[in-house]
Design a protein around this ligand. Structure first.
Ligand code: ATP
Ligand code: MG
Length: 310
């Protein structure tokens, strides 16, 4: 067989779409051609994937390889397709069978030595895979706890391409998430530390209860910054649906920690007063990064005149 397939997910905003990766090993001078609107990072996958396959003990085909990502009209950005590209080529080369491959979404960037590196946007990608009816997903081990936040889909974590290939061949297991959910983050600053300021406290409580905007004005040193920083302490925890929504945004921003992947507290985002418009609203080329406004979704966007920290 000279045609191989694998599947991955393209994340745009916080929505994902399943991408089919095809590899064709045909006649012609050795070389790799990639089609299907790849961006620069994805164009560079050709070299990464080739080195990773060779360094994982498999042989890269000695003829022309055409890699196609579809839907062809959807722009593909980033390195998340590396694992899928490698497996599509190995499927075309008869190294891995289609049995497990065709039930699995593959996510992850490859290092030249074959290690699977974490990527941004794993949570929205796994959510999209589940919503499209996929049964299994393989992610880099470091992103496994984030992927495991999605229920009703089999999550596996791979350290490197060699382990992934063995699993696809039915020769070895991959890591599974341990199902442990991290405890909520302790609140750092507390409104009980504030002396007096009854009107301002009342204003904070009303803003917290009704999700209102709040402006604090007053002379220097009167406690405006201090009061605003204590607002998260009187907000309730996020509901499960809201927590997933916020976590998906932070996943795309690449701001999740591996040991505490689910954002359960309303985020508190305090951009510097010199922050640019694009850092506030987000965007950029490639896989757009959420700005401060999006990262403060369901939480607090604190715009101080000066002296804030993030
Ligand atoms: N009511 C208060 N209770 C306890 N500490 C207070 C109170 N008011 C002010 N402070 C202390 O004063 C410090 C300065 O307050 P803060 O920086 O919040 O003032 P500000 O109004 O933001 O000033 P600026 O306009 O200069 O930014 C606080 O960190 C806190 O230690
Ligand atoms: Mg201040």
């Amino acid at each position: 067989m000279a045609l191989g397939r694998a599947w991955s997910v393209a994340v745009s905003g916080i929505d994902g779409q399943v991408v089919e990766i095809e590899a064709d090993i045909g006649g012609g001078l050795p070389g790799v051609k990639m089609v299907g609107l790849p961006d620069t990072a994805l164009q560079e996958s050709r070299d990464r994937v080739r080195a990773a396959v060779a360094n994982s003990g498999a042989r890269w085909p000695d003829s022309k390889v055409v890699l196609a990502l579809s839907p062809a009209t959807l722009p593909k950005v980033g390195s998340v397709y590396d694992a899928g590209l490698a497996c599509a080529v190995l499927n075309a080369a008869n190294v891995v069978p289609l049995d497990l491959l065709e039930k699995t979404i593959l996510l992850g960037e490859l290092a030249l030595d074959g290690r699977l590196r974490p990527v941004r946007g794993v949570l929205p990608a796994v959510l999209a895979a589940k919503n499209h009816g996929w049964q299994k997903v393989v992610v880099p081990t470091a992103a496994m706890s984030e992927a495991a936040l999605v229920e009703d889909i089999d999550v596996h974590g791979a350290d490197n391409l060699a382990d992934l290939v063995r699993w696809l061949q039915g020769d070895g297991p991959l890591d599974r998430p341990d199902g442990h959910r991290s405890p909520p983050r302790p609140v750092r600053s507390d409104l009980s530390e504030v002396v007096g300021q009854h009107e301002a406290r009342r204003a904070l409580e009303v803003a917290a209860a009704g999700a209102h905007h709040l402006m604090l004005t007053g002379p220097p040193g009167v406690g405006k910054t201090m009061l605003a920083q204590r607002l998260p302490g009187i907000l309730p925890e996020l509901s499960e649906a809201h927590a997933l929504e916020v976590t998906a945004i932070h996943s795309v921003a690449g701001a999740l920690s591996a040991d505490r992947p689910l954002v359960t507290e309303p985020p508190f985002v305090a951009p510097h007063h010199t922050a640019t418009v694009s850092s506030l609203i987000g965007g950029g080329t490639g896989m757009a990064k959420p700005g401060a406004v999006s990262r403060a979704h369901r939480g607090i966007l604190f715009l101080d005149e000066s002296e804030t920290c993030e």
